[in-house]
Design a protein around this ligand. Structure first.
Ligand code: PHE
Length: 341
């Protein structure tokens, strides 16, 4: 067989191998068998040495054409494979934009977090900013700067967890009042939500860990009228109806005068029922005007500045909202309880 015939049969063989390939990587491997460095065509061309110059020219040209022919055939095959891949996958793949997704369980915010966020929204809409403070506090911030002297009997009102280094777990968010007075320039309005701790015997209405939102407004001429207005606005928005309030005297070393704010019973509207123990009123939150000693300790002149403060317990509020009778549910991690919110 002369070289030309051999080359022709290589072309034929290459074409038939390429057309039986099923994937693109097979195409490349097959190509190497014929026109790669060790391919059949290359091998055949080694015989060229014994030819005359004229014959070398003809065969050389012929071999180049053969290579080009195989390569272009290979590209056709590549296109064939791609097209059949796409048309096959179009047949088998389905895209249904309306198909419902598999249902998955959704979490929800803890009811205390929910009410905290609502309260934050109400207060920011009234121009308050939100402040934060650490859960481990100094005696200074939790007590001393709030007008609790060392031997003050009121320190016993709040049973305290102390840390070995002489600090404590804050017993109330009022510690953030001190931080506000030290860090902000009056006039200011802040609320400070947070977790607080007391060394309490735990039962249906007492927890060692609970939540408060502190509020503090300091300015010139701030009075009890501002306090009452702010509390009534807050409570009407939380309970989604007009809420009647009253103030009774209450004692806290950092307010003077200090009050307990009651709301008219939401269940019987003041007529008297079992929820309000037939008094028509529910005790809701302690508050008062900021004590001059507290303003002074914070570096502000009590003759110029006055203010009010309040401490709202979130656990009680959520219990009232949903009729929950045991405070221990909140920290229990009980999913059957939590999934209801
Ligand atoms: N910090 C007080 C408490 O937890 C509540 C309070 C706050 C009272 C602000 C007056 C003003 O008992």
């Amino acid at each position: 067989m002369n070289l030309q015939n051999e080359i022709e049969s290589i072309i034929k063989e290459a074409k038939s191998s390429l057309s039986s390939c099923q994937a693109e990587d097979q195409l490349d491997a097959t190509k190497n068998l014929f026109i790669g460095k060790k391919g059949k065509l290359t091998q055949v061309l080694k015989g060229i040495a014994s030819l005359t110059v004229e014959e070398k020219k003809t065969i050389g040209k012929f071999a180049n054409e053969a290579q080009a022919e195989i390569e272009s055939f290979l590209e056709e095959q590549r296109t064939r494979l791609k097209e059949s891949y796409y048309s096959e996958s179009l047949k088998s793949e389905v895209f249904d934009a309306l198909r419902p997704i598999a249902s998955s369980e959704r979490g929800s915010l803890h009811p205390i977090t929910q009410i905290q966020y609502e309260i934050e929204d109400i207060f920011t809409s009234m121009g308050f900013s939100i402040m934060d403070g650490p859960e481990v506090e100094t005696d200074e911030n939790n007590f001393a700067a709030l007008n609790f002297t060392d031997d003050h009997p009121a320190r016993d009102m709040q049973d305290t967890f102390y840390t070995v280094d002489g600090n404590l777990l804050r017993t109330h968010t009022s510690a953030i009042q001190v931080r506000a007075l030290k860090n902000l320039k009056p006039p200011f309005r802040i609320i400070a939500p947070g977790r607080v701790f007391r060394y309490e015997e735990v039962d249906a209405s007492h927890e060692n860990t609970f939540y408060q939102v502190e509020g503090m407004v300091v300015g010139e001429g701030i009075s009890i009228a501002h306090l009452i207005y702010t509390m009534e606005t807050l409570l009407s928005r939380i309970f989604r109806k007009t809420v009647k309030t009253r103030l009774r005297p209450g004692y806290f070393p950092f307010v003077e005068p200090g009050f307990e704010l009651d709301i008219q019973c939401l269940v019987c509207e003041g007529k008297g029922c079992s929820v309000c123990k037939h008094s028509g009123w529910l005790e809701l939150l302690p508050c008062g005007l900021v004590h001059p000693n507290v303003l002074s300790a914070g570096g502000h002149d009590p003759k110029r500045w006055t203010g009010f403060a309040f401490g709202l317990g979130l656990d009680r509020l959520v219990m009232m909202r949903y009729g929950i009778h045991d405070i221990r549910y909140f920290q229990s991690g009980n999913l059957r309880f939590l999934k209801q919110f």
